[in-house]
Design a binder for this molecule. Structure first.
Ligand SMILES: C[S@@+](CC[C@H](N)C(=O)[O-])C[C@H]1O[C@@H](n2cnc3c(N)ncnc32)[C@H](O)[C@@H]1O
Length: 211
């Protein structure tokens, strides 16, 4: 699994290598633009414009939302990724920090209409994913939603089929989302498969208790 230095080294070639994997329809980034496009459309179709991006990388998704007037906040641990994203979004609040240790304090003081995380949370164990997503859910405005786009599957059998097809390319260190297994712990979680190895998970804001 890559650490912050590994992502620093990957940063300048990131968009190209992801684009190639997407264009050739190969794991792990087959469906990448479709996943980002789906989240982009859903965020803009909703009323609010405060967006938090977890592991924003070179800022491909959030720069497009920024261009449409969204206020962008984010956290990433790679200084080079942050530099590249900042060039595209000079007015965004981009914090450096390891999200496995939680969110930067500055980001926890705000509330968001959309929280997006694309191809970043598979670095967390399922237990940490659940705890982190619950924490993020508490930062949503009423009517807001978390959008996770990633290598993701409805069932473990579908994950196994993708692993067989990927062969030696399969990265067994990454902990991909399996909807069936996460759903019982995350009330309201929805899954939309978008490609054989990619999907969108949505977790809406908790409804306020009336009393
Ligand atoms: C595969 S890239 C995805 C980037 C972008 N979201 C996209 O869809 O292209 C993963 C990003 O998450 C960041 N990342 C991974 N683990 C992280 C962690 N524990 N804390 C903060 N950032 C992390 C990396 O630096 C990198 O920018």
């Amino acid at each position: 699994m890559l650490d912050d230095k590994g992502f620093d080294l990957w940063a300048d070639g990131y968009d190209r290598s992801v684009g190639l994997s997407d264009e050739t329809g190969t794991y792990p980034f087959a469906g990448y633009r479709a996943v980002l496009g789906e989240i982009y459309r859903r965020v803009l179709a909703a009323p609010g414009r405060e967006v938090l991006d977890i592991g924003f990388g070179t800022g491909t998704l959030t720069a497009a939302l920024y261009a449409h007037g969204c206020r962008i906040f984010g956290q990433d641990f790679s200084p080079r990724m942050i530099e590249l994203a900042r060039e595209k979004m000079p007015g965004a609040v981009l914090c450096q920090g390891d999200f496995s240790q939680g969110l930067a304090e500055e980001l926890t003081r705000r509330r968001y209409d959309a929280i997006v995380a694309t191809y970043s949370l598979h670095h967390l164990t399922d237990a940490r994913k659940i705890a982190f997503l619950r924490e993020l859910q508490g930062l949503l405005n009423a009517g807001g939603c978390i959008y996770v786009g990633d290598v993701a599957f409805a069932t473990r059998a579908e994950l196994a089929a993708c692993a067989r097809q990927a062969g030696d390319a399969w990265d067994a260190d990454e902990i991909y989302f399996v909807y069936d297994e996460l759903r019982p712990s995350l009330l309201g979680l929805r899954f939309t498969p978008l490609f054989p190895c990619a999907g969108l998970l949505e977790l809406p804001a908790r409804e306020k208790e009336p009393f």
